[in-house]
Design a protein around this ligand. Structure first.
Ligand code: AMP
Length: 296
């Protein structure tokens, strides 16, 4: 496994592989867990060459967010990636990604980028889209792997792939969860003791939303959301940010509980800000599978 820190070296390595070799790419911010490793495993199976990146992208963090405390453990990450058969790990420094004079950003607009997570974290998706486009330009993957865990991010990136006619195929994999349902996240490292137990409320709330749909499809979405909000607010260690039910195509709020919809939740539990989502598919099943691909 090669660990590469410069863009020039990645592009040189990329040029060494024959054009017939399929390149898979898994971008991450490191502090890897089973969610990331599932993406790597799938990418390993589907491609000849597997590149991952580890980069905590400052452009997607707000000024009062956790950029400086975001958990990091590069030696452990490299060990885990080596075990998954990764060929190249790209670990750039910020001077490499955003050198002096960098001024060009991708700024997704509209409900998709500005509502829900976009409203709570202004500029977040601008940072995400910019770094993903830049990484795609550097790595030029045939397939890129993302997790449904960050459902809105998936939708933003899928939109960018279509809008800019990017040649990469997106592969979206289901959310990997802890035994009690908590979505795996590097930020779960912030959860200690009672906070870790309380964090289960996000998953329980999503399950309540699913149950409301199954019991009464067509119900007003705002009523279903209210039941979920009440549930989160009953957990004293949680501070709700939002619960929203949005259409996966236009990302507008749903009037009624109808597919295709994304049930999104964000809440602070102790020092951690957590997000999760369930996808309501057109066939009436709830799932955490593919919400969008570059072929859609
Ligand atoms: P991050 O390091 O948090 O930026 O995540 C890197 C990639 O892993 C993103 O595509 C995430 O959506 C994905 N990911 C993170 N957590 C999970 C999870 N629990 N299950 C599946 N994918 C995940």
């Amino acid at each position: 496994m090669r660990v590469i820190t410069t863009i020039r070296e990645i592009m040189n390595a990329r040029a060494e592989w024959s054009v017939s070799q399929q390149v898979g790419f898994v971008p991450t911010m490191g502090y890897l867990h089973e969610g990331h490793l599932t993406l790597a495993r799938q990418a390993r199976r589907e491609n000849d060459v597997l590149i991952t990146s580890i980069y905590v992208n400052p452009a997607q963090f707000g000024p009062r967010e956790d950029l400086n405390t975001y958990p990091r453990d590069l030696p452990r990450d490299l060990r885990l990636l080596e075990e998954e058969g990764v060929d190249v790990v790209f670990v750039p420094a910020s001077e490499e990604m955003y050198p002096a004079g960098f001024v060009t950003y991708v700024d997704p607009t509209g409900a998709l980028a500005e509502q829900a997570e976009g409203a709570s974290r202004p500029g977040h998706f601008r940072g995400v889209a910019t770094v993903v486009l830049k990484l795609f330009q550097i790595v030029r993957p045939h397939r890129a792997y993302f997790g449904q865990k960050d459902g809105q991010q998936v939708a933003v990136i899928a939109r960018m792939v279509r809008d800019f006619n990017l040649p990469a195929q997106l592969r979206i994999l289901p959310t990997v969860r802890e035994a009690d349902g908590l979505a795996m996240s590097s930020r779960n490292a912030y959860l200690l003791g009672e906070d870790r137990i309380a964090a289960r409320v996000l998953y329980k709330a999503l399950q309540a939303g699913r149950a409301a749909f199954e019991a009464n499809p067509g119900e007003r979405a705002s009523l279903a959301a209210k039941a979920i909000i009440d549930m989160v607010q009953a957990e004293p260690r949680a501070r709700l940010d939002y619960v929203e039910i949005r259409d996966t195509h236009d990302f507008l709020l749903k009037e009624t509980l109808a597919a295709p919809a994304l049930l999104l939740i964000a809440a602070h539990v102790g020092p951690a800000r957590l997000i999760d989502n369930f996808l309501l598919r057109e066939d009436g099943t709830w799932d955490t599978g593919i919400i969008a691909t570059s072929q859609d």
